[in-house]
Design a protein around this ligand. Sequence first.
Ligand SMILES: Nc1ncnc2c1ncn2[C@@H]1O[C@H](COP(=O)(O)OP(=O)(O)OP(=O)(O)O)[C@@H](O)[C@H]1O
Length: 276
Amino acid sequence: MSTQEQVQKLAMKAQRPLLEVQNLVKVYKTGKRALQEVNFIIDRPQVVAIIGSSGAGKSTFIRCINRLVEPTSGRILLNGEDIVSLDRKGLRAARRRVGMIFQEYNLVERLTVMQNVLSGRLGYVGLLNSIRYKFPPEDIRAAFELLDRVGLEGYENRRADALSGGQRQRVGIARALMQRPELLLLDEPTASLDPKTSRQIMRLVGELVNERKTPAIINIHDVALAKAHADRIIGFNDGRIVFDDVPANLTDEALARIYGDEDWNPPADDGEATRS
Ligand SMILES: Nc1ncnc2c1ncn2[C@@H]1O[C@H](COP(=O)(O)OP(=O)(O)OP(=O)(O)O)[C@@H](O)[C@H]1O
């Protein structure tokens, strides 16, 4: 390849969106069309909140992105690589590029905070070392740094089952970041938390997205929280994107398009309208 071709290739790579979803369709075995031709692009690190009524397809969408749910058709390009067409081995590698954060934290309760965080590297250290929880010094250093960053300095030897919900979610975030992911997926990360802790967690996620230049897609029910902490909101209705814009443009008319004309009754603004 000539130097000019190499430069062109690099330039094309640099221009690729971080994530591109093309014509994504999911039809469950029951015949339910949960996603109908979904298209969207993330071209810069940003917090994208996914909102919509129960059953609108939010979880299906987020789970299709790392193929916890198998898409029926369409393409999902993560930095240019189509996740949908990968075989089992390719998929395992691709999943390491996507950090997942769950509503119920999915920690191993009897293990320490440090062991839980290090488990974000399990896919990298080989079976035997992973069984023994043996990790290279740079991983241990990175885990300590992340624990500091998420506000859990000094908690490394606590057992996960001795933590509060907010602390558990901080461990979940640190574990996901240990993968050095190219994308973060958060499935209702604040649904089990009180309002104050929810705001703290959303603020932390926003800061980490900016610091690490890693975009995050967050499935969230709380419209006020989404408006206060997301850079962009995507509204789903019946498996389709019916809103995709900045929070400031989420008008009553847009909310009616997303939730229908019934009483969608968003929670009152709690005065934390800006991300600090
Ligand atoms: N495994 C499944 N088999 C069949 N239908 C499913 C399955 N999972 C979800 N669905 C259906 O697909 C549609 C979208 O569901 P999904 O869970 O993605 O919605 P959601 O917006 O995340 O809802 P919620 O906010 O309640 O979590 C719903 O009609 C749901 O009943």
